[in-house]
Design a protein around this ligand. Structure first.
Ligand code: HEM
Length: 403
């Protein structure tokens, strides 16, 4: 089979290349994928089986995250240094300290307290959408939800939402021409976010502590360790980048999956207590983050395939989440799937998604509210997809909320 796992146009037309993934899992689970010297990205080992993605994710000593964010384009050194300050691009032990400082803001208990806030936000969005002559599920529901939740986490005033949304689009610098931002625009947006985060921290310090995540992050931990201002700024940037696109595309990909599988929607409407499992199945099914890249730190092997020090290794969550060795009927969208050991939030290593409890809560509440209020929601036009091999995204999804 001809393998091309990076063709952006394919992703824009059809979504992730599940037929290639299936073939690779069966025939070449650790596959050497050619790079493109002209466009400046190197070849890599494509890892497509669940067990192997978990192996790579859990061995950050062998598979480094340094230089990871630059998926296919090598960054100039000064940008690598800047990126390296961010959690996603760090390796233990540096990563461990920083992660433990932010973990305390994202425990299930802390996040659980947001449930009613999130429900209010969902209801507000839906009330507003109901007034519109035409509803685009992405623009009117799925995109604003995680944005408003992050603003809530940061204690950002309502009037700043638009600005934060615009930064998030520029920062992700998606390959899709409709959203594309030049590296300079991305850099400028990052600078604006840092200044914003500085102001946020200063305002919070002046106004005194509140029962919120920013206060918790700015306070020394039990060992007296505290996030530096730069660390705080970078973390705000990461929240904006990591929390928005992912959840937005999970919500819209989940809604599309319901339209394509009406019996599953009917099941949720009849039994909203399935919403917790639905959230997990949506993350498995959509795999909003399709891949991440690591760099081998030493000669090693994956499933008997020799990997040399310095080789790039790309793990495909979208493929691992359809692995027939792990999931019964992996190509069936089953909102009650149990067990569901998907790895849409990562393969369980040091970088396992910090926002996983939050994302699942947002999805659970959104689908509960939708099933309760709009049991007859239907799709009114074709969905369009994001031109990206990294984020499995939906750009537009026209819907009608009532018959
Ligand atoms: C890391 C997926 C939502 C914050 C990650 C990783 C994945 C992921 C695959 C990398 C895991 C690894 O390398 O092993 C998702 C998906 C989401 C989602 C599919 C939604 C459905 C969120 C939200 C937030 C968030 C809502 C924050 C508010 C982060 C952060 C990291 C991360 C900070 C980096 C953690 C680290 O490097 O230690 N996420 N994410 N994510 N995610 Fe999420």
């Amino acid at each position: 089979m001809e393998v091309n796992l990076v063709d952006q146009d394919y992703y824009a037309r059809r979504g992730a290349p599940y037929d290639q993934f299936r073939w690779l899992r069966a025939n070449a689970p650790v596959f050497w994928h050619e790079g493109d010297a002209e466009r400046g990205w190197p070849g890599f080992w494509a890892v497509t089986r669940h067990e192997d993605v978990v192996h790579v994710s859990r061995h950050s000593d062998l598979f480094s995250s340094y230089r990871r964010l630059a998926l296919f384009n090598e960054l100039p050194d000064e940008q690598v240094e800047l990126q390296r300050l961010m959690l996603l691009n760090q390796d233990p032990p540096e990563h461990t300290r920083r992660r433990s400082l932010v973990n305390r803001g994202f425990t299930p208990r802390v996040i659980g307290r947001l449930e009613e806030h999130i429900r209010d936000i969902c209801r507000q969005l839906i009330d507003e959408a109901e007034q519109l002559p035409e509803v685009d599920f992405v623009r009117d529901v799925a995109a604003p939800l995680p944005l408003y939740v992050i603003c809530e986490l940061l204690g950002a005033p309502v009037e700043d939402r638009e600005k934060i949304f615009e930064w998030s689009n520029r920062l992700v610098g998606s390959e899709d021409p409709e959203y594309a931002a030049s590296p300079e625009e991305g850099q400028a947006a990052a600078m604006e976010v840092y200044a914003y985060a500085d102001a946020l921290a200063a305002a919070r310090k002046e106004a005194g502590p509140r029962d919120d995540i920013v206060t918790r992050l700015l306070r020394p931990d039990d060992n007296g360790e505290v996030l530096g201002q730069d660390e705080f700024d970078l973390f705000v940037l990461l929240l904006i980048v990591a929390g928005n696109e992912t959840t937005r595309n999970a919500a819209s990909g989940g809604m599309l999956a319901m339209f394509e599988n009406p019996a599953q929607w009917a099941r949720l409407v009849a039994d909203p207590s399935l919403a917790v499992r639905t959230a997990d199945e949506i993350v498995r099914w959509v795999s909003p983050v399709n891949l991440f890249r690591r760099t081998a730190t030493a000669d090693t092997e994956i499933r008997g395939q020799k990997i040399s020090e310095g080789d790039k290794v790309v793990v495909f969550y979208g493929s691992a989440n359809r692995d027939e060795d792990v999931f019964d009927l992996p190509d069936v969208f089953d909102i009650a799937r149990d067990p569901n050991p998907h790895i849409g939030f990562g393969g369980g290593g040091a970088h396992f998604c910090l926002g996983n409890h939050l994302a699942k809560l947002e999805l659970k509440v959104l689908f509960e509210v939708l099933a309760e209020r709009f049991p007859d929601i239907r799709q009114t036009g074709a969905a369009t997809r994001l031109r990206s091999n990294f984020i499995n995204g939906i750009k537009t999804l026209p819907v009608s909320l009532r018959p």
